[in-house]
Design a protein around this ligand. Structure first.
Ligand code: HEM
Length: 413
């Protein structure tokens, strides 16, 4: 069987214009007295602000600091990518294509990109991640070469919704821009097969914090600022310094059943107040939960099986993860249950995969929130370090490790 060459892998991107690079009351029970207004989250920043695609880290993770309200995520299989040179070629071509989309004035391939986004890129970001198979082609011992384990909660997960070779995520204030960007990029990769894709959205945000589909503030306890991001999120050294490990879990949530619980029970399940996000153990909305606080009769104030207690890094001995979740909603399920295929696209970034793995094992054991979530897709990806005009995306991937070439020979770095 002939092996698709690097040229074939790039064929599509070239074709895409990248040149050489490749009152009706019914049964409603409406209370007469309106409850006190919830504290408003300030509006998300308007989308006219350009987000720099180049730098030490890819955009779409910690930049912009307030995530854009819309996104499209796609997971692809690249059966034609079989050698380290193919991996490098796809990454480099994607970097050029992303530059063309987000800095059209810079790129030689600007025309095709401009045709996709005629009003300019707005605050579009595109983030690229490599699945364990592609990382393993270069060197399985690199960060990102390890697959996610199957978790106790993954029982019903379909095999075609697990893993994948390539992650592309576009975020934007304009949902059409994110969609067009993903379609254009995907269409430019030869032999790319879509494993799954998902449109995403989130409500008004205060920095990383927004209300999730269960109606609770989410994204409070995450690394903030450069120092914490360096400590918990970015890979510190080696050829992938500046990259990070991403975990994506599409979690269908039974929001109907959760919301039917009394508010006090909802708060006990989460461990924070629904109204303003403050921990049940006391303090303000941005404060950490006090795991040791007790009632006068000796009970933990923060319930033993609350999500915040279960997920707390002090139990797993691991670092903080940067959670950057979005909602999804694909409408009513086709199974006569009347339930929706809707929920949370849990997305986290951490220096090491074990941060997520240890936390998820613990959630499966001791977290009442998990009874409301069904995983419907699961994957991990190496988010490549950032890139720049003189530093192609993925350029450092093969540096520092011997690589297997197309003819099977091992060549030194
Ligand atoms: C069922 C879907 C989930 C929902 C609705 C959810 C919601 C929340 C909420 C409302 C908070 C409190 C506010 C905050 O600190 O952001 C929180 C905290 C947290 N969640 Fe989740 N979460 C979900 C799944 C997960 C998963 C799968 C993980 C990781 C395996 C996770 C890890 C965390 C961590 C580490 C915290 C911070 C705990 C702390 O130190 O206070 N969550 N989550």
């Amino acid at each position: 069987m002939s092996t698709p060459g690097r040229r074939d892998v790039l064929r599509g991107l070239a074709a895409a214009g990248l040149g050489a690079a490749a009152g009706v009351a019914g049964g409603w029970a409406v209370a007469e007295a309106q409850p006190a207004a919830l504290p408003a989250l300030p509006e998300t920043e308007p989308g006219s602000r350009r987000v720099e695609p180049h730098g030490a880290h890819q955009a779409g993770i910690a930049r912009p600091a307030t995530p854009q309200p819309h996104g499209v995520m796609v997971v692809l299989d690249l059966a034609g990518v079989r050698f380290p040179a193919d991996v490098r070629a796809v990454c480099a071509a994607l970097g050029l294509a992303i530059t063309a989309l987000t800095r059209p004035e810079d790129g030689s391939a600007g025309d095709a990109a401009r045709a996709e986004l005629p009003d300019g890129p707005g605050d579009l970001t595109v983030t690229v991640g490599l699945g364990p198979r592609l990382v393993g082609l270069v060197d399985p011992s690199l960060p990102g070469g390890e697959e996610l384990p199957r978790f106790a909660s993954d029982e019903g997960l379909r095999a075609d919704r697990v893993g994948g070779d390539l992650l592309l995520v576009a975020y934007s204030s304009d949902p059409n821009d994110a969609d067009r960007a993903i379609r254009w990029l995907t269409g430019g990769i030869a032999d790319a097969a879509v494993r799954w894709s998902q449109r995403l959205f989130r409500g008004p945000s205060r920095g990383t914090v927004t209300r999730n589909p269960l109606g609770f503030h989410d994204g409070i306890i995450v690394p903030h600022g450069d120092r914490e991001l360096d400590e918990h999120v970015w890979i510190a050294d080696g050829p992938l310094a500046g990259g990070t490990i991403c975990v994506v879990r599409r979690l269908r949530l039974d929001t109907g059943r959760f919301r039917a619980e009394p508010e006090a029970r909802q708060e006990a399940i989460v461990g924070r107040r629904r109204h303003d996000g403050a921990p049940l153990s006391g303090g303000g909305p941005d404060d950490e939960a006090d795991l040791l606080a007790k009632t006068p009769d000796g009970q933990f104030v923060l319930p033993a099986r609350s999500h915040v207690r279960a997920a707390h890094p002090s139990f797993t001995g691991s670092a903080l993860m940067l959670r950057r979740g979005y909602a999804f909603d694909d409408g009513v399920l086709d199974d006569d249950s009347g339930r929706r295929d809707a929920g949370l696209m849990f997305t986290s970034f951490q220096r090491e995969l074990r941060t997520f793995v240890q936390t998820q094992h613990r959630l499966d054991e001791t977290d009442d929130l998990m009874a409301f979530a069904i995983p419907t897709a699961s994957a991990t990806f190496l988010i490549l370090p950032g890139f720049a005009p003189d530093q192609p995306l993925g350029a450092t991937l093969c540096a520092g490790a011997p690589t297997r070439q197309r003819d099977g020979a091992i060549s030194p770095p």
